[in-house]
Design a protein around this ligand. Structure first.
Ligand code: PLP
Length: 407
């Protein structure tokens, strides 16, 4: 009989959000009259900006007409969107990214999951803890790790993000080949300063490593001077790939659009030791395995870059940041220290006790669902993540309930 990919059997059996759902469903089954407010999973609640809706309608009309109908598009994305991205997301920051270095896709999750395919099986990984689980699990599936022992996989250099380092890990002593970084961070909401990112770029240059920089929450950065892109750091073009998404910028979680930047100056070596452009391989990956994003969706994404789109998406992210501020203030008032929420839609609260125990307490006493930090990795223990993706009404109601339950 055909054998399965045995690396899948190394995956930790539980999946955080499935575990949460199980506990919440069990609670609701016994307490149907007590409505639960969910500040757990990081999905947006507000509808798409009107500019995006108008672009979707207009593009749908084009698809209804023989003269303007479009079939298969370019796998890497239409020029109109790649050019808008290069101009507004990079040239505007003073960084130089060419439109053909931008690869449009249907999600950062997919891009982050897929990009590891172009690197060797014995690539040494450095991955933060706590972490967005996709970085780890995709590498487990690919066989780049050993077994899971006490919640950690053999063969990964874990980058501990703790109170001690302000939740921003410094480069390790060991040499890594592939480094995952995420700022503003999910789950902690922490942001990295220019100096902290410069240390990572210097490390990557020293070790001929590549940084996979996940900037899915870039649009939440408000503090002046905090880099929005890794390419704001001198020399990053030679060592970094950046992931961006329209999901949290413009509420595209149900529409799906994102992009990955692979600079043409980025090199890796082949088995014979010769340098090869990573860009060519990723281009090949896209052409072979991806059909491109739907034309109307790309038109909706391009609408984000119009003056009206910029205003509307800013209002959208400001709205969630308004919730985040309320959450942060409420936690501080309860005497709990926290980070995030000022440049990110997540607040990472140091509850100084077992995170699942705190989850149960909030569920049972306040009917509020948060995410226990332990689900994101060993360093997440003692913390919870609260998501600002909700209505103002739900957030204020949840905070009142939490205050009563915890006091
Ligand atoms: N990266 C991080 C850190 C995320 O939190 C998420 C979504 O939650 C993603 C990437 C995925 O974004 P997308 O919706 O574009 O797949």
């Amino acid at each position: 009989m055909i054998r399965l990919n045995e690396h899948f059997t190394k995956l930790k059996a539980s999946y955080l959000f499935a575990d949460i759902a199980k506990r919440v469903n069990a609670y609701v089954a016994v307490n149907p009259a007590k409505p639960v407010i969910r500040l757990g999973i990081g999905d947006v609640t507000e509808p798409l900006p009107p500019v995006c809706i108008a672009a979707l309608h207009a593009a749908t009309e084009e698809m209804a007409n023989r003269a303007t109908f479009r079939g298969y598009g370019p796998e890497q994305g239409y020029a109109f969107l790649r050019e808008a991205i290069a101009q507004h997301d990079f040239a505007a920051l003073g960084t130089k990214i060419e439109p053909d270095e931008v690869f449009v896709s249907d999600g950062s999750k997919c891009d982050i999951a897929n990009i590891q395919e172009i690197f060797a099986a014995d690539t040494r990984l450095a991955i933060p803890d706590p972490v967005y689980p996709v970085y780890v699990d995709t590498n487990v599936m690919a066989g780049r790790t050993g077994m899971n022992r006490d919640g950690r996989y053999d063969g990964i250099i874990y980058l501990d993000s703790t109170v001690a380092n302000g939740y921003v890990p410094a480069p390790p002593k060991e040499a890594a080949d592939l480094i995952y970084l995420c700022f503003p961070n999910n789950p902690t909401g922490a942001v990295a300063t220019r100096a902290q990112l410069a240390a990572w770029v210097a490390y990557a240059r020293q070790h001929s490593a590549i940084i996979l920089y996940d900037a899915a929450y870039e649009s939440y950065v408000r503090t002046p001077g905090i880099p929005r892109s890794i390419y704001e750091i001198e020399g990053a073009r030679d060592v970094a790939i950046e992931f961006r998404s329209f999901s949290k910028l413009a509420g595209f979680t149900g529409l799906r659009c994102a992009y990955t930047v692979v600079p043409k100056t980025l090199q890796a070596r082949d088995a014979a030791g010769h340098q090869q452009a990573v860009h060519a391989l990723w281009h090949r990956w896209h052409t072979t395995k991806f059909n491109g994003v739907a034309y109307p969706v790309q038109k909706a994404a391009a609408a984000v870059y119009t003056p009206e789109g910029q205003k509307q998406t800013r209002a959208l992210t400001d709205f969630y940041l308004g919730n985040a501020k309320l959450i942060r203030e409420a936690m501080t008032k309860l005497g709990l220290s926290c980070i995030g929420g000022d440049n990110a839609p997540y607040i990472w609260v140091n509850v100084r006790r077992d995170s699942w125990e705190f989850f149960d307490l909030l569920l049972n006493r306040a009917q509020v669902v948060i995410t226990p930090g332990a689900g994101f990795g060993r360093c997440g223990e003692g913390h919870i993540r609260i998501s600002a993706f909700n209505t103002h009404e739900n957030v204020t109601a949840a905070l009142t309930r939490i205050a009563t339950a915890v006091m």
